[in-house]
Write a protein that binds this ligand. Structure first.
Ligand SMILES: Nc1ncnc2c1ncn2[C@@H]1O[C@H](COP(=O)(O)OP(=O)(O)OP(=O)(O)O)[C@@H](O)[C@H]1O
Ligand SMILES: [Mg+2]
Length: 318
C-alpha cells in the first residue's frame, strides 16, 4: 500500500536580501494512514516551512520544488480550487497560536459550523448543532454557551480546544499540528495533548506533530523525523530513537532533554544552527558535531540504514 502522504525531495528556497535562504533542501518523508509521526528539530530547521509546503500555503516568494502526494493525488500539481477542498476536509492543520486561525469577530460555534457547511454540506441548523456536539467532544462543559463565545473570551487552552474541534470537524485523514501546545502552560499542554490523542484514537486519522519537545513526541508519536538545517538527519520508530539515537544531532538533542529531567540546566548542543542563507557545504551539522571527519565538510551524507534507524551521517556508511 502506498503511504497516505508522501513528500518527495521537497525543496523550498526564499530569495532574501542576505542571499538565498535554503529553508528546506531535499526533504522526503512518508506517513501511513493512522500513523502519528513527530517532526522535530531546533528553531529554524524547516519544520513549519515543510508543513506549509505540504498544503501549499507558503508565501508567493517561495521557490518550491518536489512532489507532495496525498492518497494517490499529486497536491503539487492540483488546481487551487481543488486544493481548497482538500484543505480542512482531507488534511487539516492546527497552528501554535490559535488567534492566527480563529476569526475574532465571529463566535467560535459559527466558525466550526462553517466547516460542517463547507466540507460536509450540512444545512445551517444542522451545522450549528454539529458544532455544539464538536465542542462537547473537545471538553466544553457547556458547549451551547461555548459556541456563542468569541475567541477573545476564551483562555488559550480553550481556544486550542476550539481549533482541535474545527480541525477534526470534517473527519480529516491527516492532521498537521504545528507546535499546538507551546503557547500553553504545562498542565494545559498535557490536557490538550491528551485530547489530541483521544481524537486521533476515535477518528483513526494520521497526525504529523511538529514540536521541538522530544518529551511530547515520546508520549504521542510512533515514529520520529529529525530535521536539521532543512534536511532530514534521522528517521526512526520512537522507541529506537530514544534507546539508540544514531545521528550525533539526535544524540545531542536527547542529552539536552535528559539533563533537564535530572533537574539540570538544559545542555544545549554547543554552537547554533547557521542562518539558512549561510549553510555550510557538506553535512550542515559538521560545524557542531563532536564526531566530524574531513569528508563531512565536503560531502552531504545521504540517509544510511543504521541499526533500525536511518541516519544521514558518514559514521554509518556501509
Ligand atoms: N518567508 C520567508 N522568507 C525567508 N526565509 C524564511 C521564510 N519563512 C521561513 N524562512 C526561513 O526558513 C527557515 C526555516 O523556517 P521554519 O519556520 O520552517 O523553522 P521551524 O523549524 O518551524 O522553526 P521554529 O521551531 O522556530 O518554528 C528559517 O531559517 C527561516 O528564517
Ligand atoms: Mg515553526
Amino acid at each position: 500500500m502506498p503511504a497516505l502522504l508522501s513528500v518527495e525531495n521537497l525543496v523550498v528556497h526564499f530569495p532574501t536580501a542576505e542571499g538565498l535562504a535554503r529553508a528546506v533542501d531535499g526533504v522526503s518523508l512518508a506517513i501511513e494512514a493512522g500513523e502519528a509521526v513527530g517532526l522535530v528539530g531546533e528553531s529554524g530547521c524547516g519544520k513549519s516551512v515543510t508543513a506549509l509546503a505540504i498544503l501549499r500555503l507558503l508565501p508567493a516568494t517561495a521557490l518550491v520544488q518536489g512532489r507532495v502526494v496525498f492518497a494517490g493525488r499529486d497536491l503539487s500539481a492540483m488546481k487551487e480550487t481543488e486544493l481548497r477542498r482538500v484543505r480542512g476536509r482531507d488534511i487539516s492543520m492546527i497552528f501554535q497560536e490559535p488567534m492566527t486561525s480563529l476569526n475574532p469577530v465571529f463566535p467560535v460555534g459559527e466558525q466550526i459550523a462553517e466547516v460542517f457547511r463547507l466540507h460536509l454540506g450540512l444545512a445551517r441548523r444542522a451545522a450549528r448543532a454539529a458544532a455544539v456536539e464538536a465542542l462537547a467532544r473537545v471538553g466544553f462543559e457547556h458547549p451551547r454557551d461555548g459556541a456563542r463565545a468569541y475567541p477573545n473570551q476564551l483562555s488559550g487552552g480553550m481556544r486550542q480546544r476550539v481549533m482541535i474541534a474545527m480541525a477534526m470537524a470534517a473527519g480529516p485523514k491527516l492532521l498537521i499540528a504545528d507546535e499546538p501546545t507551546t503557547a500553553l502552560d504545562v498542565t494545559i499542554q498535557a490536557q490538550v495533548l491528551a485530547l489530541l490523542a483521544a481524537q486521533r484514537a476515535a477518528s483513526g486519522c494520521a497526525v504529523l506533530l511538529i514540536t521541538h519537545d522530544l518529551g511530547v513526541v515520546a508520549e504521542t508519536c510512533e515514529r520520529v523525523i529529525v530535521l536539521y538545517a532543512g534536511r532530514v538527519a534521522e528517521v526512526a520508530p520512537v522507541r529506537v530513537l530514544f534507546d539508540r539515537p544514531r545521528h550525533p544531532y539526535t544524540q545531542g538533542l536527547l542529552r539536552a532533554v535528559k539533563r533537564l529531567d535530572e533537574g539540570g540546566v538544559e545542555a544545549a548542543i554547543p554552537g547554533r544552527v547557521d542562518p539558512a542563507t549561510h549553510y555550510p557545504p557538506g553535512c550542515r551539522f559538521a560545524p557542531r558535531c563532536p564526531h566530524v571527519m574531513d569528508r563531512c565538510r565536503v560531502e552531504h551524507p545521504p540517509l544510511f540504514l543504521a541499526d533500525g534507524t536511518q541516519a544521514a551521517c558518514w559514521l554509518y556508511v556501509e
